[in-house]
Design a binder for this molecule. Structure first.
Ligand SMILES: *[C@@H]1O[C@H](CO)[C@@H](O)[C@H](O)[C@H]1NC(C)=O
Ligand SMILES: *[C@@H]1O[C@H](CO)[C@@H](O)[C@H](O)[C@H]1NC(C)=O
Ligand SMILES: *[C@@H]1O[C@H](CO)[C@@H](O)[C@H](O)[C@H]1NC(C)=O
Ligand SMILES: *[C@@H]1O[C@H](CO)[C@@H](O)[C@H](O)[C@H]1NC(C)=O
Length: 516
């Protein structure tokens, strides 16, 4: 008996030691962020929503499809790029139309990469990382081919005027698909720099996966950034007819955004100096909090550069870099306008949605919520417990609660009781403005399928993972196909919501280095 007690005691002690060691190991891996996260810690709701959101990239693929899982999609636009001797068949259609707009497509890739870099471990535990990587690769293959020499970048395939007059499936379209390119003489610093940002961010994602691919991405990123910086100009000033679509307000924010990504991807301090030096003073509008979007990369840059500040070792040059500190302070101010209880809180709807613009109203709250979640994880990981907003003080959990509230609103916790993520939940928009989803897969309409645009019937195909534009300021929403402002899906919207949902998969810390 005594022996047994001692023996049991021994076993118990051993067991406790083993448990303790496991806990410490799990904790350490957690803190380092690089290792896989405990699968039990994955939030099922957000994992399910993430699996839905990622499907939109399958829906939007151009070219010859591989392992296609969307029953109503097939091969399309296989000859894109041919007139220039390039293979531009891959990439993704922008929205409910069939134009490949380089500017938002590159932003989509940058955001997918950022999501994987911060939350790849959690995505993997939720079995969604491969799906994100598949989408990313489809875009990066296209962007690499679109950059055939240092100062040439193809920024668009298709004629938006002609395309928008047609209502048809991508599989049956027959309009000409002209190419648009920027060069030293016809510059586009915004689109070139966003593409550089996408390449630099993706090079970090692929570093542990495929070194060859990663270095190729990085080479292209450095060339593109140099091109964007040397030949300055906004692409919608070079091609005024494109300002109707994605009119970049300025190219300055993209230059800073790209240099910040290049700094993370290369560790070369000249990229940091670019953002914190004279260009930062002229372009960054430091001190003024703004909303992150496809057009305005400043808040994203502020958060991304804060990363370097949060994780700088004591006494290092980074820890005392005034330029970097100004970015961090502006990022703090961005967080302060997002927090509903802060004195500087921005407007939100009665239903609790941060509301910035009526057109595609969900893009700003979702993008901001992603930044808030990322920032709260930077705070937690670096042991900062307090965010100060004027006289008030907030905790990382407050930022996370804000992020979660916006995600929950999107997923159906809103006055309409509607999920704005198509395919998620019991109730979601049925008449999404999307050509392919609105026409039965066996119908060849040619350009003239407008009856499918104009019918009040629900779409025959579900545009899985589309994040539609979203509600009015009074939280109401009209599910009509012609309601482009509220009911169109965009590829970059889905990238933003993928980021947000990934950040909420688990209460997590992030890796201290993006290149580990
Ligand atoms: C790595 O990427 C290159 C393309 O740059 C490709 O040819 C090669 O097959 C990839 N290797 C692996 C292991 O996926
Ligand atoms: C595009 O942006 C520029 C710069 O902000 C502005 O001057 C111009 O009016 C805009 N064009 C359109 C069509 O919105
Ligand atoms: C850092 O980048 C700059 C600008 O591209 C380049 O001139 C310089 O050679 C790079 N330095 C190193 C150490 O790679
Ligand atoms: C909500 O706002 C929209 C757009 O301003 C308006 O058309 C609609 O009538 C409003 N709905 C309600 C219930 O007030």
């Amino acid at each position: 008996m005594a022996r047994c007690v001692r023996c049991c005691c021994c076993l118990l002690v051993l067991l406790l030691i083993a448990l303790g060691v496991t806990a410490v190991v799990v904790f350490l891996r957690h803190r380092n962020g690089g290792g896989p996260v405990v699968p039990g810690g994955i939030d099922r709701k957000y994992a399910e929503a993430l699996a839905v959101a990622l499907q939109f990239f399958q829906v939007q693929k151009s070219g010859k499809l591989v392992n296609n899982k969307i029953p109503w999609r097939g091969d399309s636009a296989e000859d894109d790029g041919q007139e220039a001797g390039l293979d531009l068949s891959k990439g993704m259609y922008d929205a409910g139309d069939h134009i490949k707009f380089g500017f938002p497509m590159a932003f989509t890739a940058t955001m997918l990469s950022w999501s994987v870099l911060e939350y790849g471990g959690a995505m993997q535990a939720a079995k969604q990382r491969d799906s994100a990587l598949d989408a990313l690769r489809w875009i990066m293959d296209y962007l690499l081919n679109a950059h055939p020499s240092a100062d040439v970048l193809y920024i668009q395939v298709g004629d938006p005027e002609a395309d928008h007059k047609c209502w048809e499936r991508p599989e049956t379209m027959s309009e000409k698909r002209p190419l648009t390119k920027i060069t030293a003489k016809s510059p586009g610093s915004d689109v070139a720099a966003e593409t550089a940002a996408a390449m630099a961010a993706a090079s970090l994602v692929y570093k542990p996966i495929n070194g060859t691919y990663s270095s190729s991405l990085l080479d292209h990123a450095e060339q593109l950034f140099a091109f964007a910086d040397r030949h300055r100009g906004a692409y919608t000033r070079t091609f005024p007819e494109l300002s109707k679509y994605y009119n970049s307000t300025t190219y300055q924010d993209e230059l800073l955004w790209a240099s910040s990504w290049l700094y993370h991807a290369t560790g070369n301090s000249s990229y940091l100096a670019y953002a914190t030096g004279k260009n930062g003073e002229e372009f960054a509008d430091l001190g003024n909090p703004r909303y992150f979007s496809w057009d305005d990369k400043r808040p994203g840059t502020q958060v991304l550069l804060s990363r370097a500040s949060f994780f700088a070792s004591q006494g290092s040059g980074l820890a005392t870099d005034n330029g970097l500190e100004s970015y961090k302070q502006t990022a703090d101010a961005v967080m302060c306008i997002l927090l509903p209880d802060s004195e500087t809180a921005a407007f939100r709807t009665e239903g609790g949605l941060l509301y910035v613009a009526e057109w595609n109203s969900l893009q700003h709250p979702v993008a901001s919520a992603f930044l808030a979640a990322v920032y709260s994880d930077y705070m937690l990981t670096s042991g900062k417990t307090e965010l100060s907003c004027g006289g008030q003080s907030f905790a990382p959990a407050d930022l996370r609660n804000f992020a979660q509230s916006q995600a929950d609103y999107v997923l159906g916790d809103n006055p309409m009781k509607l999920s704005y993520l198509v395919g998620y939940g019991d109730s979601y928009p049925q008449r999404v403005h999307h050509r392919g989803a609105s026409i039965p897969a066996d119908v060849d309409t040619g350009c003239g399928g407008q009856e499918w645009l104009n019918t009040a019937e629900a779409n025959p195909n579900v545009a899985m993972g589309a994040l539609v534009g979203g509600p009015f300021k009074n939280d109401s929403f009209v599910d009509e196909r012609q309601n482009v402002m509220q009911n169109e899906a965009t590829t970059y919207n889905s990238a933003l919501v993928v980021g947000l949902l990934s950040s909420l998969l688990t209460t997590t810390s992030v890796a201290q280095s993006l290149s580990s």
